[in-house]
Design a protein. Structure first.
Length: 117
């Protein structure tokens, strides 16, 4: 576990542009008063962002995730997280950088109770 903690600290210091941009909108309970953590260890994985209260994981993916090997690893990871009770939302770096409001709308839709009455 200590290795994961050190690695997660290093990842926080070296965020991608997309992760940094999204974090500015999630930090400090900026999204619906929910607390998100970044580069947080869960089991043997480090997730990009997580709201523990809502058991929601956000993954921001670069091009390597589009390759077959990356997709296989992502599927295994997502399956494990789901068996642990987490919902996983994945966004491409490009979506965060060019359509942040759409990304934020999707996240809100998954943390807010249905308002259809």
């Amino acid at each position: 576990m200590n290795d994961l903690v050190g690695l997660s600290r290093n990842l926080r210091k070296n965020q991608t542009d997309a992760e940094s941009r999204l974090w500015r909108h999630l930090r400090g309970k900026n999204l619906e008063g929910l607390r998100f953590r970044r580069q947080h260890p869960i089991g043997r994985y480090i997730v990009d962002f997580v709201c523990l209260e809502k058991r929601l994981v956000l993954e921001i993916d670069g091009g390597q995730h589009g390759e077959e090997a990356g997709q296989i690893k992502d599927n295994e990871r997502d399956h494990w997280l789901r068996t642990e009770g987490y919902q996983v939302l994945r966004f491409w770096n490009n979506d965060v950088l060019t359509n942040l409001e759409g990304v934020m709308d999707m996240i809100r839709a998954n943390v807010l109770p249905d308002s259809e009455d």
